[in-house]
Design a protein around this ligand. Sequence first.
Ligand code: GLN
Length: 388
Amino acid sequence: MADRFAASRMQGLVQSDIRRLTIECDKVGGINLGQGICDLPTHPLVAQGAIDAIQENKATYTHAMGLIELRRKIAEKLQLLNNLNYSPDTEVCVTVGSSGAFASAMFATLDPGSEAILIEPYYGYHLNNLLLAGVVPRFARIDLATMKLDRASIEAAVTPKTKSLILCTPSNPAGLVLSEADIKWLGALAEKHDLLIFSDEIYEYIVYDQHRHISIASVGNLRERTLTIGGLSKTFSITGWRIGYLAAPENIIKRAAVVSDLLYICAPHPLQRGVLKGFDAPASYYEDMRKQYERDRDLICGSLEKGGFKAYRPQGSYYVMADFSKLGWADDQAASRELLARAKIAAIPGGAFYEPGSGRGKHLLRFCYAKPADALAEACKRLAALKP
Ligand code: GLN
């Protein structure tokens, strides 16, 4: 029976598989390679910064756009790392995680009924946030086997109602790092159809091999139509702190800051101060982290292959999509259930990253390898032992 207290915008929206798997994994005391919880030690500078701020009673609201000192650090980082020039006074907004940045930007710029292009496999929270805002998704895709954008599918997704293009680089869940040529091609498409680009770059420090992260807004004239979304969750292993940011031209930030204020008032004040201290970390911190993830990627991909999976080696981020066809499980839900029951490992059913009802992604599982070394080693041992 229909629930008379349910808002129509909630239609089809339920708890995500990402959340569900964490609950189910905890029930059996399993190793959680599902949700990207990133349970690694918090950088000590960041932790101490927040402790000091609490002890110094930094307990009131900050500016709706975040502490100006933090915005200045973010703007400096954007300049140095991303080759992006944003004013900390008017073009950067600190948000409640990168999800807060996405939601604020989306509500500030996209009308219900307008269309957004999402590239499969996509991050499910991008899709469901769009649905919550009444935005209509159109699906394009990445070819996992070649780790390339399927350009024809992106062109085919454009209609006269398309207003935005949602990108994530390095991507969750495929681990695709967009090349300069990809960005130029996507940018030309966005310019031709006058699209806004949402660029989620939260995994920017985690890139492997010869790949390098390029911020979309730094290419050509894309700055004027790009909203850059970032966060410190992955960089400092503080996924539960909820500190992210949005960088965009002033006209967009002005409105997004109003939405962010209405939704959350501001990001947690002492935690903003902790993150501020984190910017004093030496350059070696980022390189050590990157190298560690690269070793972890090699370890998990090797173990998956030994266990009978086909692993689609990521170029960045800390997720890997793997095809389990040879293991004989009926579909992604069964595979996720079986893996948890047999090996006590949680992984996300691939369908969560593909158009609902399309039947795509049903032969895939997503594994997150942002884990402490001992947990990852044990999980990899169990995966390698699965063998069909
Ligand atoms: N980004 C992380 C993931 O993809 C976690 C975010 C979440 O809990 N939704 O798993």
